[in-house]
Design a protein around this ligand. Structure first.
Ligand code: GLC
Length: 586
């Protein structure tokens, strides 16, 4: 048995209890696609409020809402034109207040998205910047620069947009081609200049506005991008977000960004209760990510190393061990995530020939995932994740085992990535399809009229929530049991002990030796058992997850608490692509 650095639990003071977020299961709602109440085919806030009982029954502790603010929806709301109001597409501020009240009655915390790296081009500040002169205070809230080359006709530097193409667009000044402005994302998402104190003051106000309305926290969009290297030097890295091990280069992960999070930490401290910030920061290595969750900064950061490990035992083990080790060094808890609105849904990724592949969307001309194998692996990985100490983030629909929509016709695609790469990257629409609630209803019950802003694939029918509610072997039933047992056994606050040697010919000595320098390198995943089986104990619960191709026996003297494959298949073994939770037999 190998014990590694343990998860730390911040207590916010000597006598305080563990904050709610430390072991929470947090459910991401993508408002466009969760539930539509008014029949226009676009999800909305009342549609969420109406479905909160479903989430309470699922057993999650909190919801995180992707943006619902006033926006032209160029990047599905991650282009904000007014940070302190609700877009009429989604409802009104009163609807938001009703949602918070209903969530609180259902004992659900509410986290909202904060998009501080850039605004929409329709934000009044950017409109004013375009109308103002070079060098004006209006321009100074964004990153405007003169071009290079003859008549400034070349961009100020070589940076590329995360969505493809250049990160610079030229504007007209005095009726002639003039300055350029920076947009790390779409041309309609100009980056703020965070070295301008006006920007920081403005966002303090945004935080307070939502804290005053009762939110429990913020998911911070592009948290590693807000400040850029002085003088904006050329980049030697070809950076695309949601890609590679992490983003590096003069536009990412600058030391100065941490001043912003220390400031926000203090703003949150002005409010009662355990308010929190969670970073969306695509940085590597994990030690760099841990800097975002030091005591006086954010509380959590998404664990994209775990999300990108794919269906691969060594990579999953390494991600688990390395992230707990890195976070322990700053006394922070670790989070876990398998899917979100920027990634191909994990059952579909795991059904590819290479189940560690990380495509930016899947279209009909790409390899089509094996749905059955992908779902089996997806369920097993989710069961593994829900057994880990720390907090787990779920993406809406994963509890139904939804696949990516991999054959969405081009005419429906909306993700700017698709357009800015000329269709080379399918983009993220395939994971954003409206949820199926009722198998027999038009639009599977997403909307009272059957309308749906993206078409739903026919596979959604059998996966509808009402159909799964009637089955004890459904993915929904699996998630409900696992979340309830996770709470019952205190797994979110547990500690991991690795069981090595059993599945690789009994090299117990090797296991102990490996444990001695655990965390020293990324090959730790291989050293913690050279097999395709993850075998780890958290408190009273032993988890065996089989990512190999041969079945492994359920150890003698144990009883199965929950399993990812139907029990009728082979009760005495953990089949390939399956996971079980075990306790000692009474
Ligand atoms: C984040 C969001 C993504 C968005 C991007 C630009 O990565 O998760 O959906 O496109 O930021 O705001």
């Amino acid at each position: 048995m190998t014990s590694l650095p343990t998860q730390q639990y911040p207590t916010n003071g000597p006598n305080a209890s563990v904050p709610w977020w430390a072991d929470a299961v947090i459910y991401q709602i993508y408002p466009r696609s969760f539930g539509d109440s008014d029949g226009d085919g676009m999800g909305d806030l009342p549609g969420i409020t109406a479905r909160l009982p479903y989430l309470a029954e699922l057993g999650v502790d909190a919801i995180w809402l992707s943006p619902f603010y006033v926006s032209p929806q160029v990047d599905a709301g991650y282009d904000v034109a007014n940070y302190t109001d609700v877009d009429p597409l989604f409802g009104t501020l009163e609807d938001f207040d009703d949602l918070v009240t209903a969530a609180s009655a259902a004992r659900l915390k509410v986290i909202v998205d904060l998009v501080p790296n850039h605004s929409s081009d329709l934000h009044p500040w950017f409109v004013a910047a375009l109308a103002a002169e070079p060098g004006s205070p209006e321009r100074a809230r964004y990153i405007f620069r003169d071009g290079t080359g003859p008549k400034g006709s070349e961009p100020p530097n070589n940076w590329g947009s995360v969505f493809g193409g250049s990160a610079w667009t030229r504007v007209l000044d005095y009726g002639e081609p003039g300055q350029w402005y920076l947009h790390l994302f779409d041309v309609r998402q100009p980056d703020f200049d965070w070295s301008n104190p006006e920007v920081a003051d403005f966002f303090d106000g945004v935080l307070r506005f939502w804290l005053d309305r009762g939110v429990d926290g913020f998911r911070v969009d592009v948290a590693h991008g807000l400040t850029k290297a002085d003088q904006l030097p050329n980049s030697t890295t070809n950076m695309r977000a949601f890609d590679g091990a992490g983003s590096s280069g003069p536009m990412w992960d600058q030391d100065s960004v941490h001043d912003i999070y220390r400031r926000w930490h203090r703003v949150l401290e002005e409010y009662p209760g355990d308010r929190m910030l969670v970073a969306e920061a695509w940085v590597a290595p994990l030690e760099r990510l841990a800097r975002y969750i030091r005591h006086d900064e954010m509380q959590q950061a998404f664990n994209f190393t775990f999300m990108k490990a794919g269906w691969d035992a060594a990579r999953l083990r390494a991600a688990i061990v390395d992230s707990i080790t890195a976070n322990s060094s700053v006394d922070a808890v670790t989070t876990w995530v398998l899917s979100n609105h920027d990634a191909v849904r994990h059952p579909s990724r795991f059904g590819l020939t290479d189940p560690t592949d990380w495509p930016n969307g899947i279209s009909a001309r790409d390899e089509q995932p094996n749905a059955a194998i992908g779902l089996a692996r997806g369920r097993a990985a989710s069961l593994l994740m829900l057994a880990l100490p720390g907090s787990a983030y779920l993406y809406q629909g994963e509890e139904l085992g939804l696949p990516e929509h991999t054959t969405l016709p081009a005419e429906f695609r909306q993700d700017p990535t698709f357009f800015r790469t000329n269709g080379e990257d399918a983009g993220r629409d395939g994971c954003r399809v409206p949820l199926p609630w009722i198998a027999g209803a038009p639009g599977y019950g997403f909307s009272p009229t059957g309308a749906s802003w993206l078409p739903q694939p026919p596979e959604f029918r059998n996966l509808a929530a009402d159909a799964q509610e009637r089955s004890t072997t459904s993915t929904l039933a699996l998630y409900r049991s696992a979340i309830a047992l996770r709470r019952q056994y205190g797994l979110g606050r547990g500690e991991l002990v690795w069981n090595t040697g059993e599945h690789d010919g009994g090299d117990q000595d090797g296991a102990e030796r490996d444990g001695a320098d655990a965390g020293a390198g990324t090959d730790i995943g291989t050293r913690l058992g050279a097999t395709e089986v993850i075998d780890v104990t958290n408190g009273a619960v032993r988890v065996i997850c089989n990512a190999g191709s041969t079945a492994v026996p359920v150890p003698a003297g144990t009883t199965v608490l929950v399993r990812s494959d139907p029990a009728t298949v082979a009760p005495a073994v953990v089949a390939p692509n399956a996971a079980v939770w075990l306790v000692a037999s009474a």
